[in-house]
Structures are given as C-alpha cells and as structure tokens.
Design a protein around this ligand. Structure first.
Ligand code: NAD
Length: 474
C-alpha cells in the first residue's frame, strides 16, 4: 500500500457516447424479455454479487486506500461489510417482500378484494458520489436488482481506483444487458441523463441534484435524491458529556468527516460547553494520538479542490484544537472551531471534512429554533438523558433521520428507511424500503362475477339517499 493518497486520475468516459444508445437498447430488450421478473433469477444475481464482494474484500480495501487512504477497518464496516449485510438481508426476505400485499376493501366495492402487486420499473440509472464510493452505488443497486430492474451505474470519477474495481467486477460477472457500469465525469452523467430511464437514483450535492431533477423532468422519470446538508448534534446540560463527546468525535472524524450523515456542527448548552469541549479534545487524542497525521486510522481529503475549500474554513482565531494541514498529503487534522457565528464560512454550507464548529445555546427552545431556521438537515443527533426533552426534539425539530444519544448508527439498521427531506433530498431506502422504492406498486381490485349490485348504475332514482345512509355507517 502507498503511504500517500494518489492524485485522482482525470475522468475519461469508459464507453463512447455513441455506444450508450446501444447499451440502453440492449437493456430495454433484456428487461422486456421479463427474465428479471423471475424471483429465482434475482436471487441468483444477488448471490453472485455477494460472493464477488466477499472474494474481493482486499482489492476493494486497497482501491479505497489508494483513493484517499481510507483505513481498512473503516472500509470494512462502512463499505464491504455494509453491502454484504444489505445483500444478506435482501436475500433473506425477498420472497416475502415480492408477494402481493392485500389491503382492506372499501364497503362501496362490496363484494371485492384489493391488493398491490410490486413490479419493476425497468431501467434504473444510479449516480454515485465519491465519499462512500462502493456502498453508495451498490446499496441502491441491491434494491434495484431485488425489485427486478436492469441498471446502469455511474460511480464517482473522484475515486477512480474504486470506480475501476466496481466496473471490472460488474463487467466480468454480469451481462451488460442486465447490469452495466459507465465510468466518467460530469459530462458522462449529463449525457446519460438525456436518455430515457424508468427510475433515477442520485446521491450527491443539492446543486447537482437540481440538475438531475431537471433532466428527469424531461422524461417524467421518477427519482430519488439523496443529498447532504448541515446535520447538527445538540448536547444538553443533562447529557452524559463524556459519552456524547466520544460518540460525536467518532461520527465526525470517521472517513475524515467526509460523511453525509456526519455531525456537521455541535450546539451545546452554554453552561457545559467548556467541559464538553475538553471531552472532545481528550477523545480526539485517544482515537488518533498526539499527531493524527501518523495515525493509520485517519483518512485523507479526497482531492485538492476539497482540500483548498476546507483549508479556507480554518480561520486562525477560531481554531480551538487541531488545525494542522499538509497540502501534499491532503491532510487536515481533526479540528475543533470555537467562537464561530452563523456568518463564519464554516456555517455557510455543509463542511464535509474533519472540522467541527462548536456553538452554544441557552435554552432548548432556542436550539430548535436555530435548527428549524436552516435548510432541513439529513440527520440530527440529540444528546440528553431527559425523556421529555427527547420527545420535544422528536416533535419539534425537522430532519431526515437521526439518533438519540448517538451519531450515524440509524444508517445501519436495515429496518429504518434512510433518506432526507427538503434540501437533504427525498425518497428513502435500505432493506425493505429499497425494494419498495425500486418497485411500482400496481394497485388492483378483484371483483367476482356472482353479484352485481345496481347502486352505481343509472337511472339513479333514490340511490343518493341510500349512498348517504351507507356513508353514515362507514
Ligand atoms: P456531487 O454532487 O459533486 O457528485 C455526485 C455525482 O454527480 C458524481 O458521480 C459526479 O460525477 C456527478 N456530477 C457532478 N457534477 C455534475 C454535473 N454538473 N452534472 C452531472 N453530474 C454531475 O457530490 P459528491 O461531491 O460526489 O458527494 C458529496 C455530496 O454528497 C455531499 O453533499 C454529501 O452530503 C452528499 N451525500 C449524500 C448522501 C446521502 O445518502 N444523502 C450520501 C453521501 C453523500
């Protein structure tokens, strides 16, 4: 393994644009053959993906290390292991998820029964970001495959090594008429977005999400946007401060802070701020040592543009802890910023790096007001031992999802649909929610032929009074 993150290679499209129409046509024909409608086919393909991921754990780990020196342990828990768990969960429950779902019947339809029938959309286009380059294309892909779709994946060009591994694994093991990876940069995505797909799944920034949504509108293609934002961690005076600090430091500095659900900033109750910051500092040192630059457990910034962007947030007067940088290594130390206000550059946009501003608040009411006055965050983390305060946050603060007394762990539970709201996106996935997201749920009423009540047919005569009487009962 190299000691330094390699520079990101320029993103050349892996396929001539002129060939894309052919690829899409092939997938269309394969989908129309209805081979993917067969549950055994879907399971076989999912099992194939599972064994590929298991066999290539080390290759994937090396690629992520080359891309931004991601520690092997973090690669396992957040990428390889996560995808494996998602695959196993899907294989375990797919038969059940794919069954028609009966629903209660309306009295007006008597006698009849109704059910929804999940069916695949068709061709799915999955666009991935760089920060969890394997998980964030394969996790939606698992849902798309489980639901019986064909798919084209466009991984991020910024993690060129991981992207190449994904492309090779898929190309060598799946028919491109079923699954294909197209590598390349924004031109490639824009070109693909002009084509007609049946579902688009995008993970990335709100700015690019807007472009994707405009392109989808051209073909009236349904889509999911998994976006980012500034996710707060709120710490109250009655919280276990040491534990809160440890869990926030873990959530913030994993992947060097380049996580969509990382706590972006902390709002801590004024009277416990100093003690809490002391615990933050102690935990950073306990995790990464006195010099995190030599820690094997701390990743690098993905590229020079993001390094420069983050460097600009490190205003000298606000650095309370850390702040060291190394441009050649694209290293930024785990950093705490103090005395920042909402006009500070770190509070103007999602940080997406190892920099943690700590702001204080007087009352919980003020903290909630502050959070609700910003764009709705993807996540919110609340640290308090007071049940009433926990309920208050759940009822009054707006956010995509989150944790009480922890950070990021809600993401891991396949039974919790994951997604944003407002500027952090829409649509949610993981586990059964992924299967549902990539399925159209065809609603069908079944009517017998043995009875045909005349109530709805003209001439209506006194039918209205009868209908009103029924309405009183139902
Ligand atoms: P990005 O929006 O820059 O890029 C995402 C994808 O879009 C890449 O594949 C890229 O090639 C493509 N792209 C970039 N610019 C484009 C353009 N002009 N036209 C068409 N395609 C374009 O995002 P990123 O920097 O890769 O990822 C970081 C962002 O993603 C953060 O905001 C983070 O919060 C968010 N994110 C969200 C989630 C989630 O689950 N909600 C997960 C991870 C990351």
């Amino acid at each position: 393994m190299q000691s330094k993150a390699t520079l990101n290679a320029p993103a050349a499209p892996s396929i001539e644009f002129s060939q894309l129409n052919k690829l899409i046509q092939k997938q269309r024909e394969f989908f129309n053959s209805q081979a993917t409608f067969n549950l055994s086919f879907r399971k076989e393909q999912l099992r194939c993906l599972l064994s590929l991921i298991k066999q290539n754990e080390q290759v994937i780990g090396n690629a992520l290390y080359e891309d931004f020196r991601k520690p092997v342990f973090e690669t396992f828990i957040t990428e390889v292991g996560f995808v494996e768990q998602e695959l196993k969960e899907t294989l375990r429950h797919l038969t059940e998820w794919a069954k028609p779902r009966s629903v209660n019947e309306s009295l007006f339809n008597f006698p009849a029964s109704s059910a929804t029938y999940p069916e695949p959309y068709g061709l799915v286009f999955i666009i991935g970001p760089w920060n969890y380059p394997l998980q964030l294309v394969l996790s939606p892909l698992i849902g798309a495959m489980a639901a019986g779709n064909c798919a084209i994946i466009k991984p991020s060009e910024l993690t060129a090594n991981t992207s190449a591994v994904i492309a090779e694994l898929i190309r060598k093991n799946f028919d491109e008429a079923y699954l294909a990876v197209v590598e390349g940069g924004m031109d490639t995505t824009q070109h693909l977005l002009q084509k007609r797909f049946d579902y688009i799944f995008f993970t990335g920034t709100p700015q690019v999400g807007r472009l994707v949504m405009k392109a989808a509108a051209e073909h009236l293609t349904p889509l999911t946007l998994e976006l980012g934002g500034k996710s707060p961690a709120i710490v109250t005076e009655d919280a276990d401060l040491e534990l809160a600090a440890r869990r926030i430091v873990w959530g913030k500095f994993l992947n060097a802070g380049q996580t969509c659900v990382a706590p972006d900033y902390v709002l801590v109750q004024e009277q416990v701020k100093e003690e809490f910051v002391m615990f933050l500092e102690q935990n950073i040192t306990a995790f990464y040592g006195a010099d995190p630059a030599i820690s094997p457990d701390f990743a690098r910034i993905i590229d020079d543009r993001n390094f420069r962007r983050l460097n600009n947030l490190l205003t000298k007067d606000n650095i309370r802890f850390g702040g060291q940088t190394d441009r050649d290594q694209r290293y930024i130390a785990p950093t705490i910023l103090d005395n920042v206000t909402w006009t500070h550059p770190s509070m103007q946009a999602e940080i997406f790096g190892p920099i943690l501003p700590v702001l204080s608040y007087c009352s919980l009411k003020d903290a909630i007001k502050t959070v609700n006055s910003q764009e709705t965050p993807l996540a919110l983390y609340f640290f308090s031992s007071d049940h009433q305060k926990q309920q208050c946050i759940l009822q009054k603060a707006h956010f995509g999802g989150g944790c009480i007394n922890d950070t990021m762990s809600h993401f891991v539970n396949p039974n919790l649909p994951f997604g944003g709201v407002g500027h952090s996106g829409f649509g949610s996935y993981h586990g059964r929610a992924s299967f549902d997201l990539f399925s159209h749920h065809k609603s069908v009423l079944h009517r017998g032929t043995w009875l045909d009540l005349p109530l709805r047919y003209p001439p209506y005569k006194d039918h209205l009074s009868l209908v009103k009487k029924i309405l009183v009962v139902v």
